[in-house]
Design a binder for this molecule. Sequence first.
Ligand code: ACO
Length: 158
Amino acid sequence: MKPRDDVTLRLLDPAETPPTALLLLGDESETMIGKYVSNADILIAENGSVIIGVCAIAENTPTTGEIKNIAVAEDHQGRGIGMQLLQHAIMLARQKGYVTLEIATGNSGIGQLYLYQKAGFEMTGIDRNYFVENYPIPIVENGIPCKHRVRLKMDLVP
Ligand code: ACO
């Protein structure tokens, strides 16, 4: 996909504050975000000086990275920025020497499951009742109870 010329992507400097409101769009739990955000590479999409997208890539093992959170501001969704962030994150993961890149979403995340598979991720498993057991409030998305976590991965080496 051709990069949008009004959007620039860059890694957030560790001294900069992560965009909390955007991270909460991708993960409703502040507790969960707190567990990964300080050790993750935070890729941001900017329109001028306004942060309109975020992608947090954490290291699970020395050879495995995981996109823990990806979100685009609501009024900028559907313009290809999510795909741009994913493609850039995949490139960064390769540069870091990861062999595998993982991502996960809820069973109700129909658009996310579409996007991740279109970007090249393949489903590897389901953690049944993950969201029921780890999130305090029931989540409903697209009219579907979000109960199970769907895990996907991409091999970064041929
Ligand atoms: N429903 C249907 N299709 C979708 C959706 C959706 N919710 N989101 C993306 N797509 C499709 C687009 O139609 C497009 O398809 P096309 O290439 O065939 O035209 C393709 O996916 C790429 O879409 P983008 O415009 O690049 O996606 P966008 O910029 O809207 O970002 C994102 C996608 C990040 C999921 C955004 O909708 C968002 O922030 N949602 C709320 C937060 C969220 O759910 N984040 C993911 C949680 S899981 C996790 O963080 C690991």
